[in-house]
Design a protein around this ligand. Structure first.
Ligand code: PLP
Ligand code: COI
Length: 336
């Protein structure tokens, strides 16, 4: 199969329209059978619930070309589960989890020419999403929905690849206690846009959010969970208001089972972050991006950047994803 003629190595994290996407519509209490379409544009009522009340959620995962030339994706069943959780929280109908995985497979297969070659540094980013599509003016859930999956080839999320990031402790909050921080609702990202632009204007790559109730503990960043390393120990915040990152959950297992590291998933106090040697942001888009500096209101906490620990975690996780290292049972979904 011939690949598209792209300069894979210079792709950033941006949208490229690919050939086909998956669409299924929900009406009268049921999902239709779904299909692939070349229609990338969407027409809907001016009063659609998604446009008025942001009733939308999404997922993000990637497809990879492995060393031996297969196309695979990483733990799509966990994205299906998390999207089901998001839907329940937003009062949207769940797209059945097995159909979610099938829609991802169909979308990747249909765009196989867009899956970046092994070793190119790029991957195919897959974006499943759902929105309330019928006209709703009183505040209540839609009755009609659309579920879609598109795919787009991407490079690194942060400019500069492995360059250590400079991030700041944010003065604005991301998630309220008992709010929606633990689900992947579009509204969580809409409300972070002011802050990410402000961070960039001030020379920071990302915002590190603290818990909004006490402002004493580290939560996560706008688009990734956070990990800290000290010696042979990985420490990562557990909080009911962060997004349960599939990358972070996988890294915890990789650290324990592949690298013999000690792991602590626990509240991480702002006060203790100066005690760690390394820090990284982890997520599908971020993979593991090393942090060099956390700026806490003028106090700069410095880390090793791509240090030995982050490097080992990165090499092992991406080795599993790209077929160089045997994966735990069920982690790799072979697509082609
Ligand atoms: N946290 C936030 C707020 C995110 O948007 C993401 C991206 O999906 C993550 C964490 C990382 O999650 P995952 O590893 O499942 O991609
Ligand atoms: C992902 O990592 O898949 C995300 O959704 C993060 C987003 C900020 C691009």
């Amino acid at each position: 199969m011939e690949k598209k003629n792209l300069d894979w190595g210079s792709l950033g994290f941006a949208y490229t329209r690919t050939d086909l996407r998956y669409v299924s519509n929900y009406k009268n209490g049921a999902w239709d059978e779904g299909c692939l379409t070349d229609q990338a544009d969407i027409t809907m009522s001016e009063c659609a619930c998604v446009l008025q009340y942001a009733q939308t959620c999404f997922e993000g995962l990637k497809a990879y070309t492995t060393e031996d030339g297969r196309i695979v994706c990483f733990r799509p069943d966990l994205n299906a589960q998390r999207m089901a959780d998001s839907c329940r929280r937003l009062r949207m109908p769940v797209f059945p989890e097995d159909r979610f995985v099938d829609a991802v497979i169909q979308t990747v297969r249909a765009n196989a020419q867009w899956v970046p070659p092994y070793g190119s540094g790029a991957t195919l980013y897959i974006r499943p999403f759902m929105f309330g599509s019928d006209a709703i003016i009183g505040v209540k859930p839609a009755t009609e929905y659309q579920f879609r999956v598109f795919a787009t080839p991407v490079g690194p999320y942060f400019k500069g690849g492995f360059k250590a990031l400079r991030v700041r402790i944010s003065d604005l909050d991301r998630a309220a206690p008992r709010g929606t921080g633990h689900v992947k609702a579009g509204l969580n990202y809409a409300m972070s846009l002011y802050n990410i632009m402000d961070a960039h204007d001030q020379g920071y790559d990302e915002n590190v959010y603290v818990d909004s109730a006490t402002r004493t503990h580290i939560e996560e960043t706008g688009g990734a969970n956070i990990i800290f390393l000290k010696g042979n120990k990985l420490v990562t915040p557990n909080s009911p208001t962060i997004l349960p990152s599939i990358t972070r959950r996988s890294l915890v297992q990789v650290a324990q089972e592949y690298l013999g590291m000690e792991v602590e998933e626990r509240p991480v106090a702002l006060e203790e972050i100066g005690e760690f040697d390394e820090c990284g942001l982890c997520g599908t888009a971020a993979v593991i991006s090393p942090v060099g500096i956390i700026d806490d209101h003028g106090k700069e906490i410095r880390y090793a950047g791509m240090g030995e620990g982050i490097r080992k975690l990165y090499d092992t996780l991406t080795g599993i994803q790209m077929g160089r290292i045997p994966a735990p049972e069920g982690w790799i979904q072979v697509i082609a």
